[in-house]
Structures are given as structure tokens and as C-alpha cells.
Design a protein around this ligand. Sequence first.
Ligand code: ASP
Ligand code: MG
Length: 449
Amino acid sequence: MIVLKFGGTSLGSAERMQQVVELVAAAPDRERVIVLSAMSGVTNALIEGAEKALARDLGAALERIDWIHRKHAQAIDALFAGSPVKDGLERELEARLDELKILYKGINYLGELTRRSLDAVSGVGELLSSRIVAALASARGHRAVWLDARQFLVTDADFGRANPLWDELTPATRSAILPLTGAGTTVITQGFIGSTTSGASTTLGRGGSDYSAAIIGVALDAREIQIWTDVDGMMTADPRIIAGARVLPEVSFQEASELAYFGAKVLHPSTIKPAVEKNIPVRILNTMRPDQPGTLIKDQVKATETIRAVAAKKGITVIFISSPRMLMSHGFLAGVFAVFDKYRTPIDLIATSEISVSLTIDQTENLQQLTGELADYGDVRVVSDAAIVSVVGRQFREQSGIAGRVFNALSDINIIMISGGASDINLSFVVGSEDADRAMKQLHTEFFR
Ligand code: ASP
Ligand code: MG
């Protein structure tokens, strides 16, 4: 059993959809489940429409429906011209969008948009895209059926970020899917959406299709889960900045998690955690370059390189607090952290000395209040427009010379703060934003030349 998930850009147009059907047909396993996102941009448009309706701008909401209609009708036109199934698909598209219109009108009329109604709206894109792909697969002569994921993907009622209810969904998923795949029929279903035990539509959170693929893969005890996207995989560095960046053939879940912070927008590792815990490999592949091997994410990997990747995150703010009161006192850090907690501001890196503490944050909405209250603890200094640069590798605590090589490579760059040792696989430091790209290039040259 294999689960293949295709993201929005992989479904962005008629040609892409055709390519998806070809890739599915070429999958090695006879038993296949296909998990699909909405066509690119559609989920955003659905949510915007609901917000417009809430803001009493029904006209703008209906424009979103028109845009969604055009996008899908064009794909249907291009794929099914002259085919007997075309009319049926068009009628179905219209029926779903009529329902959506009623939802928008309700939101507009009541002036109320609950998380529950937003879920009913935002999951429509997956229902539309999956219908077209399923019809296309059948039209191309493949044995395929469309299943509504809400029949089996049971979640709690935490609308907008629902959680899987494993005890309910595992038997439901197996009995909905296995008889079909066992008979050689490919199942085509939606990512992102589920339903509560009482039948209300839910969503798993933005980008949730990866999560769906992992959940379904675990429920079916799949051999592998493939996430088909628009990049070649996880890389040694951001290829837009480092020309020589290379794809990492294998990445551990831990490494993927460290790299995700840097917006390596491949996937959010937490979404595939259920699969990793069950030892089901997750492979990232590029729909545009299907011959590339991609990246395999596994629980453990047998990498031997010391440094596996370098990454940077810009737009970071550093806060320095220094106070003689910190000397030999306890509860000082607890007090400082409580201020960040009060303003719901996550702290990323921390470094301390006898009388001072430095921290980085990337959410600065409450910076003024934060620094105001931190002043009770000592002198506060803020450096904005900094960047965190990180090297991710292996066994940093057991090897000598790594920090030496890292900082040697950066001998001409001003380092504002250093944080290491929190994890065995990550060494992070802060530089000015303007130095971040150069720091990454020099590190990449040092370790990947
Ligand atoms: N279509 C949903 C979103 O845009 C889910 C996904 O694409 O993973 O968030
Ligand atoms: Mg995604």
C-alpha cells in the first residue's frame, strides 16, 4: 500500500492534473490511495470570500466564487472536451458552488462566522479538485474511485485545527478503503478535511493535506507515503541563495524539525509525525521533475557528514537584558520569561551570562510592552533586523572542531549572539540581517565544497 499526496501547485492547471494522473498510474504499488489538496489559491479564495461576507461585502464574496468557478471550469473544459462526463462534472461544480453561495449569504446575513462554518467553507476546494482528478483517472482507463474523506477521517470538534480520533478513524478508514484497493482500484480522496462523529465538517489546519496523508498512511499501515510538491526535496541550503545547494537524499525527523523553523517550506514536520512514529517512510518528490530521487524522511538516518544543512531566518529581534540583580539570584529568569508569556511571544534562542541574558524573538507586535516591563529586571537593549543562522548536523556534543570550523569560516562576520548545545544537531548564532546570506555562503563553502 502506498499513499501519494499532491499539493495545490501540482494541481494548478489541467496539464498538471494530467501529469498527476500519469504519476499515479506509474506508482510501483498496486494498492494506492491518492490524497489531494485544493487547486492552488482556492483555499485562500474560499476563506477570503467568507471574510468578505462577514464584512458585509457579499459582492466581493461572490467574486471569489466566480474566480473558483472559472478556474475549475477551465480545467474541466480542457480535460473533458467532447467527453460524456463533462456535463456531469460541470453540474456538480455548480451545485457545490451554489451551496457555497448559500453559506456566504448566511454568514453575510447573520454577521457571524464561526470556526465551524469556516470549516464548511474552506474544505470545498479539496472536494472540487479531487472530483476532477478522479474523473480524469477513470476517463484515462484507470480503475479509480472518488471517496469523500469525511466518511472515514474522524476528528474531534476543534474546528480549524481538528485532531484525528484514531480509535474511530482507523477501522472506518480501513473498511472504506481496503476492499477497493485490495481489488486493484485506486482510491482518490481529499486532504485537509474530516468530520466529527456527529457529521460536522472539520479541517486539520492550513497545509493540512500532508497531515491527512500521514493519518491515512498510518491507518492503512502503508509501506510509504509520498508527498508530491514543487521542490526537489529538503536541501543543504536555500537554493535561491546558495547556487551549489544539494538535495539531501535522507533526513531524520529531528533534522527536518530543526530545518522547518527556517521556513524550508517543504512541509511541516509535525504533520508527518504519526507516520514517522509508526516507522513509515515519508518521501518528498517534485511533480515537475518526477525522475529526481527526492528526500526520504525517516526516524533515523545513517548520515556520516558532520554538517548536513545551513539555514537562516531573517527579521529577528534580539533583546539584551543586563542586571547586577541577576548575580547569584534565583527566579530572575522565571520573571523574565513570565513577561514573554504574558505577551504570548515565543522565545527562539537564549544565551545567558552571570549578569545578563539575551533572547531572540520573531513576533514583535508587543515589543513595546515587553521592553517596558522587562525594564523592571535590568537595562534592556534591542537590536532589530538580525538573523538567526543555524548549522544542522550530527553529534555536535561528541565531536571536536566543529565550532572551530564554523566560526573560522565566519571570521570576517560580526556575530551578535551564540546559542549551542541545546540540541546535539543544531548550532545557532545571530548576525545582522545584511550578513546572513554571506554567512550561509561561507558556511556552505566550508562544509559542502
Ligand atoms: N488546501 C489546504 C490549504 O491550502 C490544505 C493543503 O493544501 O494542505 O491549507
Ligand atoms: Mg502544503
